[in-house]
Design a protein around this ligand. Structure first.
Ligand code: SAM
Length: 282
């Protein structure tokens, strides 16, 4: 149960963590039920705008840079020369904006199931959508699972799965058949990165099975990169990389000499995130 109580706090309860996270709000700016999910936008007192889907926090203006930078730059600096990128989900366009900072990227296709997420992001999170008119971008509003099944073999360098939690329309994005489709669609140096929930709360239930499914689908190399994310359950989140080639090394010099600003990502943050916490190794 996720509630808006009389004291004007939005609360997301995390049942499996026995915990909750709350934001003090001025009020609700928007709510609608789309054919896929229920979307709400709140105006918070300290975190800017807040987007909620089916009661779960998606992003806030204040801390989304952590997630979006870690969902994009480590993977882009791991691939030797990423030109063709596909984002599955990602409707708020924050990941898309980060991908487009890489000059070498020639084409980004974003396959988002729910066009309303993107339209509301344009209205309430315009800073995340500022690169949407870039000629390298193509938007397709449809099911990412289906698109990936039909993708031409070897036609993609990097797949970024920026999805909701593994329930509802995103459930199939966390399965071996989907990873198999990705493996087929990816070229020789291709890699996949997927948001993989909380290392504290979901290591056994989601992260480990994700590695197993990615490896069963043919990816020889997998690695989970943890990073802070205050607005999500436990405040600690992760991105899991799966590659046809090793994913525990990257183009460090290019990362250091990048020609764009970041707020969290640096080559040192990337290197640190590659060092597994002790309990990952048990
Ligand atoms: N940063 C967020 C998080 O981890 O909570 C995710 C943000 S983004 C808004 C997630 C998007 O994935 C949603 O807009 C949702 O519509 C989309 N999505 C879910 N299942 C999908 C599918 N099967 N194909 C394409 N997009 C999907």
């Amino acid at each position: 149960m996720n509630t808006l109580d009389e004291t004007q706090w939005f609360t997301e309860v995390c049942e499996e963590g026995g915990s909750a996270i709350s934001f003090r709000i001025h009020g609700r700016l928007h709510e609608e039920q789309t054919p896929y999910q229920r979307i709400e936008i709140y105006d918070t007192t300290d975190f800017g705008k807040l987007m909620v889907i089916d009661g779960f926090v998606m992003l806030t203006s204040r801390d989304n840079f952590l997630y979006h930078e870690m969902m994009s730059h480590p993977a882009l600096f791991t691939h030797p020369d990423p030109k063709r990128v596909v984002i599955i989900g990602g409707g708020d366009c924050g990941t898309l904006r980060e991908v487009l900072r890489h000059d070498g990227v020639q084409h980004v296709l974003q396959v988002e199931i729910d066009e309303r997420v993107t339209r509301l992001a344009e209205r309430y999170f315009p800073e995340l959508c500022e690169a949407n008119d870039d000629p390298r971008v193509e938007f397709l509003f449809g099911d990412g699972i289906r698109w990936m099944k039909e993708a031409a073999p070897g036609s993609v360098d990097l797949v970024i799965v920026d999805s909701t939690d593994p329930i509802g329309p995103a459930e199939g994005l966390f399965t071996e058949p989907f990873y198999r489709s990705c493996h087929r669609a990816l070229g020789e140096h291709g890699l996949l990165v997927q948001q993989s929930e909380s290392p504290l709360l979901h290591f056994d239930s989601i992260i480990q099975p994700m590695h197993a499914a990615m490896r069963a689908a043919g990816f020889g190399h997998t690695h989970t990169l943890p990073f802070p994310q205050p607005c999500y359950p436990s405040g600690w989140w992760s991105a899991t990389l799966a590659g046809k080639q090793p994913v525990d090394r990257f183009r460090e010099q290019d990362a250091r000499q990048r020609n764009f600003d970041t707020r969290y990502y640096t080559e040192g943050v990337h290197r640190g995130a590659l060092e597994p916490p002790a309990f990952f190794l048990r």
